[in-house]
Each structure stands twice: as structure tokens, then as C-alpha cells.
Write a protein that binds this ligand. Structure first.
Ligand SMILES: [Zn+2]
Length: 394
């Protein structure tokens, strides 16, 4: 009989196991009526050990069961997954190692067990062992996408971009739209490494490769623009930056400061102002108010800048714009007008601010990352646009 006094203590942790084991038992009973009674009693014996937190004994029972009938292997996979989910990698590893070591293991289950063991090692942070297992899976099952995807995760973690590219290129053949942008990011990583070493040839070579896998790779355009900027080729840099409008218009706000520097170096701020107004007209939600204010101040003076910002803040409230308006506080403009502007804008803003958000998982951040720290997708973190920047998840 079950020791029900333990259930209250263990109910939270053990309940999912109970459901899984009972469900698998039910399914198995339907599949195999001959061995029904023996299996039932062994299953309940194993279950009782689980409920009493005697995992070692429970595993012994389940391993014996699987040797009698390998169709019960799903129980092991289910238990392994639950242990892994609970962070109990040692127990998950024990289950899968127990299976892989059985002499009677049918060949058809081998790859699946190796994969599960690989997940356990990944969870435990043993990347070397996980890598070895996923490679072994690929030897047995050359088509295994799961093994490839996990190898990519390992290489990403280890920043081994060449190996990550090798594997991702194989997956690119079957899913270019997803893997292309990923491979482009790997080449951008290599380009950044080349830049650090001062190897300009490799920097250009890698950005070119990035764009060949993803013509909309904003990061590659930025790398090219910044290199031109460093070489004093400001017109070329501006062209690269301006090209981002066609790649991903939201990312334009990332490069406004750099564009301002380039146009300033060329003494062409009037041209920049005309460009910005046209850009704003083409994309009315794009957040350009602070850079337009900066440019206006330089070419037409503070009062023009304040006048533009006061009107703009009513249409597109923002913290950055408010801070800029505050910086004009000690100018000779009418203080009452300034206060009214601030109150109006603050009322509209309420818990809103300029930030970045991952388009994939919704992760919010004040720092821009190319790789989302939350969902590990590349190039999905984008600047939030002025009037849509609720910070509900921060
Ligand atoms: Zn994300």
C-alpha cells in the first residue's frame, strides 16, 4: 500500500510523476493484456517507492520492467524529463545511463536515449559530454535535426562560431529563412573578432558572408558603416546606415547618433535635417524626436528645437524627449509653457519609456543585445517605438 502520510510532503514534486506513470500504465495495459497483471503489480511497486522518495529502488523496478518489455521505455523518458525539469540532472542521467547500458537494448531506442542523455548533460552544464553524445547521434541518424540544433547551442555557448556555422549551414539547406539570419549573426561575431584584432580584410570578408546569408542583416551593415567611419569615409558610412531603412526600419534608431557624427564631420547638418524629416514622414512612428531636436538646435538655434520638441512630445510622449526638454530649462523661453508641456507629456506617458523588446519572446531590456538573453534568438531585440513602449514586463 502507499504511504499516504508522505503524499502531503511530496505531493508537489511527485504529483506529475504519479500522473505520468499511471497514464503510461493505463496505456500499456490497453496495449498488452497478457502481461497485464504482472506489470501492474511491478508498476505500483515502483510507484510506491517513488512516493516514498526511494528513487533508487523505484528505478531498479522500472529497469527490470523495461528489460521484460521495452515498450515500457516511455516511462523512463517521462521520468527523465520530469527530473530534468526539476533540475535533478543526476537522477535523469542515472535513468538514461541505466538504459544505455542494458545489453538487451533494442537498436531503435539507442539514438533517442543518447539524445535524452545529451539533454541531461546540457542541463548539468557538461558541454563536452553533451557534444560527444549529439555527435554520436548524428553518426547513427544523419538526419537528426535535434542533435544538430543542440550542437549549435553548445557551440554558441562556447563561442566556437566556425563549428556553429558548419552545423547551421547543413540546417540552412532545409530552412533558409530561419537559419540564414542565424548564420549571418555568427559571421558578424567573427567580423567583430577580426575588428578587435585589427584584421580589416577578415572584418569585411565576414560581413560580406553575413549579408550573403541574410541580406537584411542590420548588424553587418552597422559593422561596415562603422569601419568606413573609422577610416574617415563618412559618405560611405552614411550610405550603409541609410540602407538599414530597407533592412529593418525600426533599427534606424540604433544608428542615429553615429549618423549625426558623420554628417557633422561632413559639415552637412542641413542635409541631415532634410533627410530626417523625410524619414519621419515615411515612418511616422519612428523615434527621431531627440536627434531632430539636436540637429535643429545646431542649425536653427534653441528656440526652434524647443518649439519642435514641445509639439512632438504631445504626439509621441517619451522620457528621452522630456529629459531633453528639461535641459532647455535655463534658456530664455517661457517657464510656464515648459511646465505645461511637461505635465501633458508626463500624464500621457505613465510608466512608459523608450526601451528594447524581443519580438520573439517579449523580453524587455534597456540594453540592446544581438542575442536575446531570454529566448536565445538572434536579432530579435528591437527598439520600441515611441507610442507603443509600455514597460509592462519590466
Ligand atoms: Zn527573446
Amino acid at each position: 500500500m502507499f504511504d499516504f502520510t508522505r503524499i502531503s510532503i511530496w505531493s508537489l514534486a511527485i504529483f506529475p510523476l504519479l500522473i505520468v506513470v499511471l497514464w503510461l500504465l493505463f496505456r500499456h495495459k490497453q496495449k498488452n493484456s497478457k502481461q497485464q497483471s504482472n506489470l501492474s503489480s511491478d508498476y505500483f511497486k515502483g510507484l510506491n517507492y517513488l512516493l516514498n522518495d526511494e528513487q533508487g529502488k523505484a528505478l531498479d523496478v522500472f529497469v527490470k520492467l523495461v528489460e521484460t518489455d521495452w515498450d515500457t521505455i516511455d516511462t523512463h523518458f517521462a521520468l527523465g524529463k520530469i527530473y530534468r525539469k526539476n533540475g535533478e540532472m543526476d537522477k535523469a542521467i542515472k535513468i538514461h545511463q541505466g538504459l544505455i547500458g542494458r545489453p538487451s537494448l533494442p537498436e531503435k531506442y539507442r539514438s533517442k536515449i543518447l539524445l535524452e542523455l545529451g539533454f541531461d548533460y546540457l542541463g548539468a552544464g557538461w558541454f563536452d559530454r553533451a557534444e560527444g553524445l549529439f555527435k554520436e547521434v548524428l553518426i547513427e541518424d544523419k538526419q537528426s535535426k535535434v542533435a544538430r540544433q543542440n550542437l549549435i547551442l553548445i557551440y554558441q555557448q562556447e563561442k566556437d562560431w566556425y563549428k556553429a556555422i558548419d552545423i547551421a549551414v547543413e540546417l540552412y539547406k532545409v530552412n533558409a529563412s530561419v537559419k540564414g539570419p542565424m548564420i549571418a549573426q555568427y559571421y558578424c561575431e567573427l567580423a567583430e573578432m577580426a575588428r578587435t584584432k585589427g584584421d580589416i580584410k577578415q572584418l569585411l570578408n565576414n560581413t560580406e558572408k553575413a549579408l550573403s546569408y541574410d541580406s537584411n542583416c542590420v548588424r553587418a551593415s552597422i559593422l561596415l558603416a562603422e569601419q568606413s567611419q573609422r577610416e574617415g569615409k563618412y559618405r560611405a558610412a552614411i550610405n550603409y546606415f541609410a540602407g538599414i531603412e530597407n533592412q529593418d526600419v525600426e533599427s534606424m534608431t540604433l544608428i542615429m547618433d553615429a549618423m549625426l557624427i558623420c554628417y557633422t564631420q561632413l559639415s552637412a547638418l542641413n542635409e541631415f535635417y532634410t533627410y530626417l524629416l523625410a524619414l519621419e514622414q515615411r515612418h511616422e512612428k519612428l523615434f527621431l524626436q531627440t536627434v531632430i531636436t539636436d540637429v535643429l538646435e545646431q542649425i536653427k538655434g534653441k528656440s526652434s528645437a524647443v518649439q519642435y520638441l514641445s509639439i512632438k512630445l504631445r504626439q509621441q510622449p517619451s522620457l528621452e524627449g522630456m529629459q531633453k526638454l528639461l535641459s532647455y530649462k535655463f534658456t530664455d523661453i517661457n517657464t510656464q509653457t515648459l511646465c505645461d508641456d511637461m505635465k501633458g507629456a508626463l500624464g500621457s506617458m505613465q510608466k512608459e519609456r523608450m526601451a528594447f523588446r524581443c519580438r520573439q519572446c517579449g523580453f524587455n531590456t534597456n540594453t540592446h543585445y544581438w542575442l536575446c538573453p531570454s529566448c536565445s534568438h538572434w536579432g530579435k531585440i528591437k527598439p520600441l517605438l515611441g507610442d507603443t513602449c509600455k514597460m509592462s514586463n519590466i
